[in-house]
Structures are given as C-alpha cells and as structure tokens.
Design a binder for this molecule. Structure first.
Ligand code: GLC
Length: 724
C-alpha cells in the first residue's frame, strides 16, 4: 500500500477504530489463542470490550508460528477493515538460541558478531511469527546497583552507539519486507540507566547537556541506522515522565532528529503519569501522552477510554491521532503485513532453524569472546591436562546461565560448565561438588567441597548471582556475591590450593572476599545457551580469553557511580601522594575502580611501542594518523583490543579525563607484531558546549593508547584551526 492508500485507510476508520489501533495487548485478550472464556477475565480487568480487541493494533509477548497464525487468522475474520495485527516481543539477546547478555556481548567489542547474533535472533523470531523486537536496549549505565545494566553494552557512549547500530542492522537487515528480518525498537528513551541510586524506575535528573553528551548518542545512532521504533522509558526526564514529555519526544526525537516512526510506551507507562504526579487521571494521562507523540499504549486503556472524548471536546486534534495511526499502519506496510499478514510465520521451518546447530555455534563463539579474564596470577589458567580439578559451587552444574530476557530460551538446553568440562577432560581428572543454591551452602556440602579440594591440584569455584538478581526489578544495594559464596571462598582458601573463580552474574560486582583470595578470575556473565561449553574451553586453554570490560568494576558500592570518563575536578587527587586531605578523594578508598573500563587479560602478553604520529598538529582538513605497534610476547595466539582515548585539555566546559574514540582488534600469533592504525579527525573532538552547540575547539589534546583505560601510553597533539 502506498502513502495515498494508507491515508485512505485512515480516513475509512472511525475514531474508535483509530484509537483502538493504538492499543497494544498481550495474547490473553485474543480469540484463537485460547478458549473464549479465558478472555473475559483480562477484558474485565482492563475495562475494555471485545470490539476494542477486534480493532486493536498490536500484540506483545507472543511467539510461536502456530499461535501467531491462529490469532492473526481469527483476528482478521473479525476485523472490519482487515488491518493485520503487529506481533512484538522482547527478543533482547536471542529467541531460543540465547546469546550472552548484552553486557557480555559488549565485552566482546566485536560488532560483526553482535550484528550476527541479532540477525540470528531475527531469523528465529520471524519464523516464529514475531514482527518487532523490543530491542536494542541502549541505555548508558554507570551504576551497577541497577539490575538492568545486564541489558546494556556499558558506560561508554561511543561503544554503545556502535553496538546500537550493529544490533539494528542485524535485526532489520536492508528491507523490513524480508521475511527473515524483524523491526527493531530502540529503548528506553531516555536515560533510564541514570536512575538515582540505581533504584529501579527511580528519578532521573541531569542537565540537558549531560544527557546529550552521554545518554542520547546511542539512541540517535540506532535511529541513524534506520531503527523502526522507539520505546519510552519509565523515568522522568527533567521532572517530566518520558511518556508525557513533549520536549523530549516531539522536541528532540521527532522535530530535531526527524524520527517519524512508531513511538510506543513502555508497559503501563502512560497510566503511570498518574503515580508520577503529572496526570490527575487516565484522561489527563492520555492527553499528555498523545501531546507528547506516543503512538502506541502498551497494556493500559487510557487512549481507548479517553481519546475519543478528548477529540470531541477539542482538547486533542483528531489530526494528531491520524498521524499516530498512520505511523502504525505504515510500519505494517513496511513489514509487508498487508500483502501477507502471516509474513514469515512458518511452523515447519520454525522446527528446522530455531535453536539449530549453526545458530548455537555463533552463540558459542560470542560467549567465548565475551568472557573477561580479570586476574590470572602464576598462570593458574589455563588448566593443565595432568591436573586433578575440583569444580565446586552453585554454578558447577547450573543450567541457569541464560540471564534475564531469555525469551523462549530453555535453561535445560544449556550445557552446564561441569558437563562441558567432563566431556573434555581425561577420565578421573574432574571432581565436582555441585547442587549448591546461590545463597546457601550446607555443612555437608561444605564438607564435601573440602574433601574434593584436598584431593585436587587446583580448585575451580563456579560462583555468581542468581539470574533473578539482575534484570528488570532487580536493583541491589549490596553488589557482592551472596555471603554463603564468600564463605565458601574463605574455606577453599584454607586448603592452600590454587583457586580459579568463574563468575556468572549480570552486573559488575564488588569482589570483596573474592578478588584478593582467588588466584584467577574469569568473568563469564550470563553466557547463554552455549556458555558452559565456551567457559570450559577457556578454562582448558582451547580458547584464549579476549573480552574487555565495558563497565567499571567498583572496589565497593560506596564508589558508585564510578566510570572511566570522569572529570578531573579542581582538586584532583594524585594517587602517588596519598594522605593529602584537601583533594577529591575518599579517606577509606582509592578513587580508581578495582577494574577499569576496557580491562581484560589474556593468556598471551602484549607489548606496546610508543605511538607514531603523522604530525603533532592536526587541522579539520588534515586529520591525525596514529600507528601503534603491538607484539604478542606470550605463548598463545590471542586477540588484543587496542584502545585509543582522547582528552581535551581545556574546553568551554569541563571535559573528561579521557574518552574512547576508536579501537582495533589485533589477532596475533606468539611473537607476531601488528599495527593498530588509527585516524583522528575533527569530528571526534566535538562536544556539547554550554549553549548546546556541538562543535570542536582548537587547543591541546592528550592521546592515550593501551589495553584498557588505565594502563596507557600518552602523547600530546594540538588541534589548529584557521582562527586559533
Ligand atoms: C518491560 C520493560 C521493557 C519491555 C516491556 C515489554 O517493563 O521495561 O523493556 O520491552 O516491558 O515486555
């Protein structure tokens, strides 16, 4: 259907039908999914009638080709105008082939593989009848108390923007009519990751400049890549809840950025304007959300109950509703639903490709690249063939490694670390003490663990958070491992054996009781369907870990928020001069995090030579070329992510001590050298000034290169302009 046909269709719709098209409901409301009797409950609870359901525009949370086909067919039989339903779901890191959580994918710094994971997620979703995914989540995060940091790719706006683009490309491909692709919905607009105290759904308040500099870039990057939809966030932005925030939604998203796609509220976020205190009732909530430009209302009935009346009394211009309806119909048109309402749903093909070996192999590869080696004293890792290993802890045999938002993923399909190690190690070399809960270890379990540890050459402790301890609604004030596990580490330490810890968790942890005690630590996050195998292969040395943290690990929760691109302050603390009182510091902790952004070890060792500059002056016309020679001085082939940071030494506003501007991943054989070849141009020096203009200034800059944001080689260059 072309533009005119869509406009004609909108004009054929009654006001009630238009408003119903903006309603999104779960499958429980629809005939064809279950017996009709089951529908009355949800209808009554939400206070809507069957006519509204029969004219509703979209459904969320359902997948499965047969179920989608059944509902779509039944729905169209009862639809006056034959407008097909849109099916949307949370496919954040896989449908059934579950990939590592996004915070883990972030640690891979591998955009091609991130894109591939989204492409596979799209393929499995499309054949299962899904049209739109509520992903990528690109909220910048600096507070590990927040449970949803697991959904983000981290604390850096540049890296998050690259991942946002990669995920959108993977989900959407080049044409939304491709039955193996799905539309993406970037979320949560905006700045949900900055909730005060890391407390879920809490207030967000920051300057517009701060928001534009750090929190908005990744959403914009997703939209620049053609992302079809945006989802509002639950939080306030400058005192106004996002779902009722005209300045944010109409001002920035639509007018300034030119986004003309569908804007959907988060679950019940329109009605929540009442709880926030910017709406007296559902009617005012509907008014504010429509004024803000929110097209689809997810799971509350403010629009269907009140928009017709608001139009009749002249409070809302029907044109505004027509525009919203047009955007929804246009998305359906882009997806090819008018030609084929069943689109890619195919029960036969679904069985062939969902969770197929090819997909699981990609999940394995991404898990292997997402793990981060945090510590490795005396080369405790990789394990040696001749060693007897005691594998102990709640994650020794746990299938609970898919993480939150694991959609149709089946935990039992995930090979455990223990079974993966057992399949690869010599008979009799692996002893396992498992069956622990993450929060409690019995005296008998402890005794058994001690017994195995005493027989072993090396202990592998598989520890972590329960998967429900991160994700939505899982903020924590204490971000340490559960106490029982810290006790287990203490007990194992008493045996005097070398200890390698593997962590399964959804956030940076406070590693008190673990970091100093362990000889080696591998961060595995929630590594997905093939995570057990990937972690086992890393422990056995068949894979050389290459992940790099994209979110700082604090020494304690008291440091939070702690992030690498911080400001210097007027009284910076000189780490070499401890004891100074009147400097920006704590009296009971260093300022620096335990493990910085970009950190990750390898079984190899990489040496860096001083960077070579094409010049120490750059202009807008003559970018800087910087080459860094890196040599693998270890005995294992490995991949090093060479990072390039810049500091603007003096700006019109304070500028961070360093900002990631580029990186290069070098795969080097033992003894081999490679060159990381960077170009720094004027655009990379731009920032938001106090008047919000986004420009660069002439002046002195520091440039840093290194394996992370702490251990760098630094040089200085000058950016010269014609009037500097
Ligand atoms: C949830 C989440 C959002 C998700 C939506 C639909 O509350 O905030 O990320 O897409 O509801 O499940």
């Amino acid at each position: 259907m072309n533009h005119e046909s869509l406009l004609e269709l909108v004009n054929e719709m009654t006001l009630e039908e238009k408003v119903a098209q903006l309603q999104q409901l779960t499958a429980a409301f629809y005939r064809g999914a279950q017996t009709d009797s089951a529908i009355t409950g949800p209808l009554e609870e939400l206070g809507i009638d069957q006519n509204t359901v029969d004219a509703s525009g979209s459904i969320l949370g359902l997948s499965g080709a047969e179920a989608v086909i059944a509902i779509q067919k039944t729905y169209l039989e009862n639809s006056r105008l034959g407008i097909p339903l849109l099916f949307m779901a949370d496919i954040v890191h896989g449908l059934k082939t579950i990939f590592p959580i996004p915070l883990a994918i972030g640690a891979s710094w591998d955009m091609e593989l991130a894109e591939k994971s989204a492409e596979i997620a799209a393929k499995e979703s499309a054949v299962s009848g899904i049209h739109v995914t509520f992903a990528p989540m690109v909220d910048l995060v600096r507070d590990p108390r927040w449970g949803r940091v697991m959904e983000s790719t981290g604390e850096d706006p540049h890296l998050n923007s690259l991942f946002a683009k990669a995920f959108v490309r993977g989900f959407q491909g080049d044409d939304l009519k491709d039955p193996e692709r799905i539309a993406a919905c970037v979320k949560h607009f905006a700045a949900y990751g900055a909730a005060e105290g890391g407390r879920e759904y809490n207030t967000v308040d920051m300057s517009e400049r701060q928001m534009r500099e750090y929190y908005l870039p990744a959403y914009k990057a997703a939209l620049d890549e053609g992302c079809a939809m945006v989802m509002t966030s639950f939080n306030t932005v400058d005192g106004i809840p996002a779902s009722g925030n005209e300045k944010l939604m109409r001002g920035i998203l639509r007018d300034e950025w030119g986004f003309d796609g569908v804007l959907i509220s988060d679950w019940a976020a329109i009605r929540e304007l009442i709880a926030h205190g910017t709406a007296e009732d559902d009617k005012e909530a509907a008014y504010r959300a429509m004024r803000a430009g929110v097209d689809i209302e997810m799971m509350t009935p403010c629009y269907v109950h009140h928009l017709p009346e608001l139009v009749q009394i002249g409070a809302i211009d029907e044109k505004m509703i027509d525009e919203a309806v047009y955007r929804v119909l246009h998305l359906k048109e882009q997806l090819g639903l008018f030609e084929n309402p069943l689109r890619g749903a195919d029960p036969v093909r679904e069985k062939e490709i969902v969770f197929c070996e090819e997909h699981r192999n990609v999940s394995y590869e991404l898990a292997a690249k997402s793990c981060v080696l945090l510590k490795n004293e005396d080369q405790v890792l990789p394990l040696k063939n001749e060693q007897k290993v005691a594998l102990i802890g709640p994650y020794a045999d746990s299938h609970d490694i898919l993480g939150w938002w694991s959609a149709e993923g089946v935990k039992e399909d995930a090979a455990t670390l223990g079974s993966a190690l057992g399949a690869k190690m010599e008979q009799g070399k692996l002893m396992t003490s498992a069956g622990f809960s993450t929060k409690h270890i019995s005296a008998e379990q402890l005794a058994h663990a001690r017994e195995l540890a005493n027989q072993a050459d090396v202990i592998v402790l598989a520890l972590g958070e329960d998967s429900a301890m991160s994700g939505e609604g899982a903020s924590r004030t204490n971000i340490q491992l559960p106490e029982a596990q810290i006790q287990l580490v203490q007990e194992m330490k008493k045996t005097g054996k070398k200890i390698a810890v593997v962590l399964f968790n959804g956030r940076p942890l406070d590693l008190h009781g673990v970091y100093d005690e362990a000889d080696a630590i591998l961060e595995a996050w929630f590594p997905g369907s093939e995570g057990g195998r990937a972690v086992a292969d890393i422990l056995l040395g068949q894979v050389n870990p290459s992940g790099k943290l994209t979110m700082s690990f604090p020494r304690s929760v008291g440091q939070v928020p702690v992030y690498y691109n911080r400001f210097n302050t007027g009284r910076p603390m000189d780490p070499a001069k401890t004891g100074e009182r009147y400097v920006s510091h704590y009296i009971d902790s260093p300022n620096e995090p335990l493990l910085p952004f970009g950190f990750g070890l390898s079984y190899s060792a990489f040496s860096y030579e001083e960077p070579i500059f094409s010049s120490l002056e750059m202009t807008a016309e003559e970018p800087l070329r910087v080459q860094v020679k890196v040599t693998n001085t270890g005995e294992h082939a490995g991949t090093e992510t060479v990072q390039l940071y810049i500091r603007d030494i003096s700006g019109e506003v304070v500028r961070p001590l360093m900002e990631l501007k580029d990186y290069a991943r070098l795969h080097l054989q033992p003894g081999e050298s490679g060159i990381a070849d960077f170009t720094v141009d004027e655009a990379q020096l731009r920032y938001h000034h106090s008047d919000l203009t986004y420009t660069s200034d002439p002046g002195r800059f520091q440039l840093f290169v290194g394996p992370n944001s702490r251990d760098t080689l630094s040089s200085e260059f000058t950016f010269v302009t014609s009037f500097s």
